[in-house]
Write a protein that binds this ligand. Structure first.
Ligand SMILES: *Cc1c(COP(=O)(O)O)cnc(C)c1O
Length: 404
């Protein structure tokens, strides 16, 4: 691919105008939108208004002027991006906390089913939270196996199959319908972690027959650092499952001030404490960008960006660990190299921000709303130069930071 060809793709790109709706730093090519999405320009005004008017002037009255409904309203905006109905999704807490709620709820559904099955090498918090969740339910246990052994790990004792749809390191994507069916055939529920899927690939929870899901607000959804996460419970489970973190915001009547807990109907029961209004406001503004976007165009652009960067990485002699079939991956690309950390640092020094995942993975988020084909072409050129020239061997690039 030549720069001219990349520029021609940009000229014909139906999503090209979205780039200008995000704050861009001069000289920066940001390939980490899968870890912390960029700031939508509209979020600056929206959050300023939220702080100065709704908080500053309207104060407590704002709860009745939109704040109290924000978790459900924001959930309804996420629903179309994950193939769910508006009343099957709510925004709340962090992905970690939401995982805890759903895992414990799934374990308590049927006391004869005591095992949570998950994948070795899943995102750490998913396994850490699962460990804590099984410890909170008498007799429950966590079974973590390699991907190839997942099918045989499912059985009559399985309560829940817990999978991350798009792998955070390698970007491999599970067949959602196939694995949902495998869980159901064993009589178990499935919970999908959509952190690297929502806003990245077409997700069809209901079409796949999924039961439960969680996901992140600060990655492809551009909700800002530490944005509220979301959770999904299929309608058929909404009455049967209960939030173990039963708090007043999940009560049927929070302002009835009763001593005894009575769960709210629908998704509201998955709330625990007072929602993070400022976080929800920024997330809502990020989600507004997605209104009316054709996810097929997003997928097509993701594939085109991927092809450009894959060609560069391969030319640089890196080993690609992400599947080449677009249907089997997310929207990031990862390579393996013995000096992955140093190469990522050398790229950052040149204004190309990707990240490093221990022990030897270089990871690059290809976010179709914020990147041009020419950006990816230029980043690819720099990657080739850095590897071929040995520029990454400079001693300063070997110094380890706390966040990689
Ligand atoms: C980013 C990510 C999370 C993040 O969880 P937090 O509670 O927001 O820290 C969880 N799971 C996966 C798969 C992720 O990629």
């Amino acid at each position: 691919m030549t720069l001219e060809a990349a520029l021609a793709l940009d000229a014909a790109d139906p999503l090209a105008h979205f780039r200008d709706r995000f704050v861009q730093s001069e000289g920066l090519i940001y390939l980490d939108g899968n870890s912390l999405g960029q700031l939508p320009k509209a979020t600056i005004a929206a959050t300023t208004e939220l702080v100065t008017k709704a908080w500053g002037e309207r104060l407590i009255r704002s709860w009745n002027e939109g704040w109290i409904d924000a978790p459900a309203r924001v959930g309804a905006m996420i629903a179309p991006l994950i193939g769910a109905e508006a009343d099957e999704v709510i925004a709340a807490d962090s992905t970690s906390v939401n995982l805890y709620k759903l895992i414990v709820a799934a374990l308590r559904r049927d006391p004869a089913r005591t095992v949570v099955v998950s994948e070795a090498g899943n995102f750490p918090t998913d396994l850490h939270i699962a460990e804590g969740a099984v410890a909170a339910v008498a007799g429950a246990e966590l079974r973590v196996v390699e991907r190839g052994a997942l099918a045989e790990a499912l059985g009559a004792d399985t309560a829940l199959l817990l999978l991350t749809h798009v792998h955070y390191k390698r970007a491999e994507r599970f067949d959602m319908a196939g694995w949902t069916k495998a869980a159901h055939d064993a009589g178990a529920l499935v919970c999908w972690d959509l952190s690297h899927s929502a806003g990245a690939v077409k997700v069809e929870l209901n079409a796949a027959g999924a039961d439960l899901a969680v996901g992140c607000g600060y990655k492809y959804l551009n909700g800002g650092p530490g944005a509220p996460a979301f959770l999904y419970v299929a309608k058929r489970w909404q009455d049967a499952l209960h939030n173990p973190l039963s708090g007043w915001m999940g009560h049927a009547e929070p302002f009835g001030f009763a001593d005894a807990y009575a769960a709210a109907a629908g998704m509201k029961r998955w709330l625990t404490g007072t929602p993070s209004v400022l976080g929800l406001g920024a997330l809502e503004s990020g989600l507004a960008l997605w209104d009316g976007i054709d996810t097929a165009q997003v997928a097509a652009k993701s594939a085109a960006l991927w092809n450009i960067f894959h060609a560069a990485g391969t030319a640089a002699g890196l080993e690609c660990v992400t599947p080449s079939d677009p249907a089997k991956r997310g929207s990031h690309i990862s390579f393996r190299h013995a000096h992955a950390y140093e190469i990522v640092q050398a790229l950052i020094a040149r204004g190309v921000i990707g990240d490093f995942r221990d022990p030897d993975i270089l990871r690059f988020g290809l976010t179709p709303l914020t990147l041009s084909h020419a950006d990816i072409w230029r980043a690819g050129e720099m990657l080739v130069e850095i590897v071929e020239s040995g520029e990454y061997r400079r001693p300063e690039f070997a110094v380890r930071n706390a966040v990689t």
